[in-house]
Design a protein around this ligand. Sequence first.
Ligand code: HGY
Ligand code: MN
Ligand code: MN
Length: 413
Amino acid sequence: MLKSSNLRIDLDRLLNRIETLAQIGAIDGGGVCRMALTDEDRRGRDLVVGWMKELHLDISIDRIGNVIGMRAGIEPAAPVLTGSHIDTVATGGRYDGSLGVLAGLEVIATLNQANLTTRKSLAVGFFTNEEGARFAPDMMGSAVHQGVFEVEDMLRIIGIDGSTLGEELDKTGYAGDTQTGAFRADCFIELHVEQGPVLQTGNYEIGAVEGVQGISWTEYRLSGTSNHAGTTPMQLRQDAGYVASAISVEARRIAKSMGADQVATVGVTELSPNLINVIARAALVTVDLRNTDEQKLQQAEHSMADFVTEICNSEAVTFESRTLARFEPVEFDHSMVKLVAETARSLDYKVRKMPSGAGHDAQMFAPNCPTAMIFVPSRDGISHNVAEYTEPEHLRAGADVLLQVLLAKSREG
Ligand code: HGY
Ligand code: MN
Ligand code: MN
């Protein structure tokens, strides 16, 4: 029998699954739209659960729709867990999230083929609503899975389309009965595309991810007064549209003035009535602030909040703000990060340690069990874009590193 250290994944089988899943919610340009708990998400779930059954995994579905496929080990200890998400943003790529789930299934298929039983159980999961683009906050399913949020609170969340999360979950048929918040993994390891330019720029094949930066999402609802674009003197305007634009400019100024890891994004600006010759009565603006340093992230948040108060006062516009997501920076387990780096080197891959700019399900596991992530390069650093792409050889690299890390962790102890 092949020594487990010489086991390798079957790249064609992995590519085939990535391609097949990408057909569900496929959009022009090779991308995918499978927003959380839509019918596309349901169809993607059905496909992946079907593959889990083919691989003889024991499947459990919890009350917020997280799905875990378990492969029994010799010992009934807590499982070594891998996985990610299969929901996407509306203009998503085919690798964001899906790679981590499908590479996990590829590891299982490889072990089944080798007839290899691990000491500890192995499990592969996909978590509900990682993106948070339809229902904020993001990483919702894994946060509920690990007890960060109460499932009842999340089931009541209203989406950007006015739908209620619990109702949409029911419609998918994935409102399971497994209780949430109690699952403890032996460890958690997630493979994910980098979604940034660092690995490609340095010609690295693998990223050993040391942690995830802090995330702050705020929604501002601005109220002014509609009036005629031609007849209303500038000093008499209560222009919600102007304030919305000013917030966007200020977000950029804050990030530039702070420099280093600070980033700021105004991804949503909706004006009402949104007509060429009407001063905007109302505006909806979202601000996404991130930093690897918690104090600096708070500094950015305070600057933004102070600015909004000041400009609304000076423009006689009122506002309501709501925090949609707030996660502090997370550090991964040093020994796990070291294992990822050493495993990559043992397979002759060029690896570097690095932080994650994007949020991930792994960050919800980090407080509860040894956790780390494996990154593979994103071509030109593109993601949350239909042009998202990762070379097959890099997919192979990531999946083989995942295989060997899971083997190492499941025979330990
Ligand atoms: O927003 C994020 O970082 C992740 O894609 N949910
Ligand atoms: Mn992702
Ligand atoms: Mn994403």
